[in-house]
Design a protein around this ligand. Structure first.
Ligand SMILES: [Zn+2]
Length: 470
């Protein structure tokens, strides 16, 4: 039996307003080659100046991932020839990266160790048209961090869960929007295969530039089978860089894998060393918000929110902010959570919409509704109905509450109302008695109509059953 051994390198664009070495905008899109200047297109004689904000964002990312921040680090030139980078070297970090160590804990309890995080510039983008290749340098010089893990993953599921967590954490600390479809988060997979029980690593291949969780999972699945086939046939896997074909989920060889030697790294003489003052480090530590894992634990343990709900609330930063605002002064925050998860998530379904959580119904309006419910002024059924109308219109609860709704429901009337429903529907009652379990729902419906939805449906069902079974 074989097992896969995977390490990931993830490139994440930092959300600074300007590029890493010049003042060009980092905005996504734009007409080709309109967001660039002599510095970010690498013209001879220009001098790059490091963007302080990019360094601070990278430090924040490192702190959020539990890394040690090196107070002294150095930018280095990484040489390669390709048209996406006109100066024939990328300014990156090599021997002395900004952050080292760190980890991400997966839901199965396994810890993925982070080797290092370094900062570098993004390259331009090649656009292929027919037999022409065009180059757009708008993305060139956008600040990136590269997050490198140890070969700690043993399945595609672990790899994608890690990437999702990385996305949630980096969004929570607001250093990147991590949009894979726009290329602001991209991933390289290093995979090797060995027989279970072996400790030495096999020869690895690297699949470059994966831009969705699905591609990552497919590339891992394809490479694992390819390696296993080679090994079972008695062959040797070649160390190489491969390209992923999204159309059919396969990979093809790009080139022999470069080794670090091939890049001829050396410290960039144009950029001074990065020295992180202690007070800057302390300030960035102090500014760190509550991280998603800690938030999840607090929601589950202190607020009594079910784990699945807590997971959804903490996955999207704007949703957890909304939830916390709506919960202020509320006795049972889990009631607020349940409204968000059951009714709002049904309306706001796509990942993109949840990332930009901006419903017409404000957190204050939801809070008001939950308070009406908690004070006993309205029933849960009324609250649900009213919330549906609130979500449709963006109006507050009082616009949908009649005097009847606010009159509440006197539970002492429940028995007589249930008896009335039984008397008026003899056919339904006999259906239920003959084993048609669902018939009871029709009777509950009758009670709910009679009380305009103010009775508690569960209590009504129990009372109906008690009366019929008597
Ligand atoms: Zn520029």
């Amino acid at each position: 039996m074989f097992e896969m051994v995977i390490g990931l390198e993830t490139h994440v664009e930092l959300s600074t307003k300007t590029k890493i070495f010049c003042s060009c905008t980092t905005q996504f899109g734009g007409e080709p080659n309109t967001h660039c200047c002599p510095i970010c297109t690498g013209q001879p004689g220009t001098l790059p100046v490091l963007n302080k904000k990019a360094v601070e964002y990278a430090i924040t990312a490192g702190l959020a991932l539990g890394c040690r921040i090196n107070r002294h680090s150095v930018m280095a030139r990484k040489h390669y020839v390709y048209p996406d980078l006109s100066k024939a070297y990328q300014i990156s970090q090599y021997e002395l990266p900004l952050c080292e160590g760190g980890k991400v804990t997966l839901s199965n309890g396994r810890e993925i160790r982070i080797t290092r995080i370094h900062i570098e510039e993004d390259a331009g983008k090649l656009v292929h048209q027919g037999n022409m290749a065009l180059i757009d340098y708008n993305r060139g010089g956008v600040p990136l961090i590269e997050i490198v893990t140890e070969p700690d993953f043993r399945s595609a599921e672990e790899a994608t869960e890690y990437l999702e967590k990385l996305q949630t954490i980096l969004r929570a600390v607001k250093v990147s929007d991590c949009r894979m479809q726009e290329g602001s988060m991209r991933c390289d997979v290093n995979l090797s295969v060995r027989r279970k029980g072996e400790t030495a690593f096999g020869i690895r291949s690297e699949v470059k530039n994966l831009n969705s969780f699905t591609s990552v999972a497919q590339a891992i699945g394809y490479e694992f089978e390819r390696h296993v086939d080679i090994l079972q046939a008695g062959g040797t896997v070649e160390q190489e860089t491969r390209h992923f074909n999204a159309e059919d989920g396969t990979t093809t060889s790009l080139r022999d894998k470069e080794n670090a030697d091939d890049y001829r790294y050396f410290p960039d003489p144009d950029i001074i060393e990065i020295l992180v003052p202690e007070e800057v480090l302390h300030r960035l530590e102090a500014e760190l918000p509550e991280l998603p894992d800690a938030k999840f634990d607090r929601y589950v343990k202190e607020l009594g929110i079910p784990e699945d709900d807590a997971k959804m609330l903490t996955k999207y930063r704007p949703v957890s902010e909304y939830f916390e605002r709506a919960s202020e002064g509320v006795t049972q925050p889990k009631t607020v959570a349940s409204f968000i998860i059951t009714q709002m998530f049904a309306q706001i379904q796509t990942e993109a919409e949840r990332e930009h959580w901006n419903p017409d119904t404000t957190a204050e309006q939801l809070r008001e509704l939950v308070r009406l419910l908690e004070s006993g002024k309205i029933s849960r059924n009324v609250a649900k109905r009213v919330f549906t109308s609130m979500l449709e219109t963006g109006k507050g609860a009082h616009d949908f509450l009649s005097e009847d709704d606010l009159a509440g429901f006197d539970p002492s009337q429940l028995t007589s109302l249930c008896q009335k429903a039984i008397d008026e529907n003899p056919k339904t009652v006999s259906d239920y008695k003959n084993g048609k379990e669902k018939a009871i729902k029709a009777l509950v419906g009758a009670v709910m109509r009679a009380t305009k939805g103010r009775a508690d449906a569960l209590a009504a069902e129990a009372e109906l059953k008690r009366l019929i079974d008597q």
